[in-house]
Design a binder for this molecule. Structure first.
Ligand SMILES: *[C@@H]1O[C@H](CO)[C@@H](O)[C@H](O)[C@H]1NC(C)=O
Ligand SMILES: *[C@@H]1O[C@H](CO)[C@@H](O)[C@H](O)[C@H]1NC(C)=O
Ligand SMILES: *[C@@H]1O[C@H](CO)[C@@H](O)[C@H](O)[C@H]1NC(C)=O
Ligand SMILES: *[C@@H]1O[C@H](CO)[C@@H](O)[C@H](O)[C@H]1NC(C)=O
Length: 481
């Protein structure tokens, strides 16, 4: 009886909360799971040249692959001798959808190094943010000045960045129908791009293909892996892209089980019991919306809880005074990107990376990519994760200090997954993880799941702890199985 009453209370609360939240205006405005303010356009008077479309060249028998690679080569002293290639791949001819990629061959043993794709989240965040701020071989230190990094993942990986989905970064589509509506669209377009990249760069002797990403890429990474898994199952070995595993950092994958901020914020001392009650109420309402497949309602609650893109802000901002949810040691925004924006928008860069005058979109005010993914935002890829966990290594890592996709939220959904090893996962011992004697974090493993906490890092873990996260990914791709 007591239980029944409790459940009734939860249901009634959920309905009341949902009704209250329905009044809010649509929140599809600006940034979602991305900390970076908008890029300004920048004109340095240098002719940006023409965009380079590689697909017709790849399909032309009278042009050798070597010639196509030469055309895609990124040249210029500003890149400090770091070898790279970039251009457009047509992934959907009907809608003229084209994906921009930027590829950095491995510095060590490129013939055998694993191929690793990095995807940013958003939706609508350019993967070039990951390149220049998190795990690439170069970073921007002044308007038009780059510097080599020490722990770029291209040290030991053939490292690819793709602006995904189309409409993000330099990737574009010429038709409304070309935008991704769901993760099936995302997976299909990405797979097409990866197939063409394998043609172009012939990583025949590489030790395998890995997909990594962060934040909203908690959807994209499984989407690509799952699409590859399904479409490749009938193929001969030599025609297959040798998918080995995935790595997801602070990823939103299963909102139904990840919408649990209240307890976390309470334990951190950022809210009191009154605040906790408000969070619990809204969270129950959000879950009710998801269960009813009312994704608009679910997203509005998510926004009012924590994102606060609407003028009325969020409960989180109201109660804590925080303007920043990527690291709980920091209450305010950091201006990470203005130098990067100027660098990417300059004619010299545009010319070198073969994008011509194509617009660059990163979490714009009118974020088309997010608009078209509206129904997808609060949907789950948990069933795909379960399938992937049967066959591939799945690393789920978390920067410890993140709020927006915090470690306990991730754990909460991982615990609901059913896969070979899921029972062991619930009781598996946690191991202390050290890098050169430094306490880097903790690791738990069961079946194909590797769960890692990265100490002293926020939402963008490779930005905060480049050495540890490099060691993590390198170990994963070189020494797992
Ligand atoms: C293929 O490339 C050759 C040599 O550049 C060119 O002459 C020809 O028009 C191309 N064919 C197609 C179908 O684009
Ligand atoms: C790489 O593998 C593909 C597919 O098996 C094959 O067509 C191609 O000739 C190979 N390339 C090299 C350089 O070995
Ligand atoms: C892969 O290795 C084989 C055997 O060593 C070699 O013949 C081939 O050229 C290599 N392929 C590539 C693309 O390097
Ligand atoms: C936040 O506080 C403001 C000012 O009191 C209020 O108008 C707004 O509705 C609050 N937002 C939420 C989501 O609670």
């Amino acid at each position: 009886m007591e239980l029944l009453n409790h459940c009734l209370f939860v249901i009634i609360t959920a309905v009341v909360c949902a009704a209250e939240y329905e009044k809010r205006e649509s929140p599809f405005r600006r940034s979602f799971i991305n900390p970076y303010p908008q890029f300004s356009s920048h004109n340095d008077g240098i002719d940006p040249g023409e965009p380079l479309f590689l697909t017709p060249l790849l399909n032309n028998e009278s042009i050798s692959r070597q010639e196509v690679r030469d055309m895609a080569r990124v040249k210029g002293p500003q890149f400090l001798g770091v070898e790279s290639y970039s251009g457009y791949l047509t992934v959907d001819e009907a809608y003229d959808s084209n994906m921009f990629f930027w590829y950095f061959p491995a510095e060590q043993d490129p013939e055998h190094a694993p191929v690793l794709l990095w995807l940013q989240g958003g939706p609508g965040a350019s993967s070039l943010i990951g390149l220049f701020m998190e795990n690439g071989p170069l970073r921007v230190i002044a308007q038009n000045k780059l510097q080599r990094t020490k722990y770029g993942w291209s040290r030991t990986h053939n490292l690819i960045y793709i602006d995904n989905p189309v409409g993000t970064g330099f990737s574009f589509t010429c038709h409304a129908e070309g935008y991704a509506r769901n993760e099936c669209d995302v997976g299909r377009n990405l797979h097409e791009a990866v197939i063409q990249l394998y043609k172009l760069f012939a990583w025949n002797n590489s030790s395998g293909f890995w997909i990594a990403g962060e934040s909203y890429a908690g959807k994209y990474v499984p989407a690509l892996a799952y699409h590859m898994h399904n479409t490749q199952s009938g193929l001969e070995d030599h025609d297959r892209i040798p998918l080995k595993g995935v790595a997801i950092g602070n990823g939103l994958s299963d909102p139904l089980h990840q919408l649990k901020y209240g307890d976390y914020l309470y334990q951190l001392g950022l809210i009191d019991e009154n605040g906790l009650e408000k969070f619990h109420c809204a969270e129950a309402a959000g879950r009710a919306c998801i269960r009813q497949q009312d994704m608009d309602c679910a997203f509005e609650i998510f926004d009012s809880l924590i994102l606060g893109d609407l003028p009325s802000g969020s409960l989180f901002k109201n109660l804590t005074g925080y303007q920043w949810y990527y690291n709980y040691l920091q209450a305010y925004d950091e201006d990470y990107v203005s130098k990067l924006g100027n660098f990417l928008q300059s004619g010299a860069t545009r010319r070198a990376i073969h994008v011509g005058n194509k617009p660059f979109h990163d979490m714009d005010k009118e974020n088309q990519v997010k608009m078209f993914l509206k129904e997808d935002l609060m949907d789950s890829v948990a069933p795909w994760m379960e399938e992937l966990l049967k066959y591939y290594t799945v690393c789920v890592y978390s920067g410890q200090l993140d709020i927006i996709v915090a470690y306990p939220l991730v754990r909460n959904y991982l615990k609901t997954l059913k896969f070979p090893g899921s029972d062991r996962y619930k009781t598996a011992p946690r191991k202390i993880w050290r890098v050169d004697g430094e306490l880097a974090g903790y690791v738990k493993q069961a079946g194909n799941l590797v769960e890692i906490l990265i100490r002293n890092a926020g939402h963008m873990a490779p930005l905060d702890q480049p050495k540890w996260v490099y060691e993590m990914i390198n170990h994963l791709t070189h020494y797992t199985r």
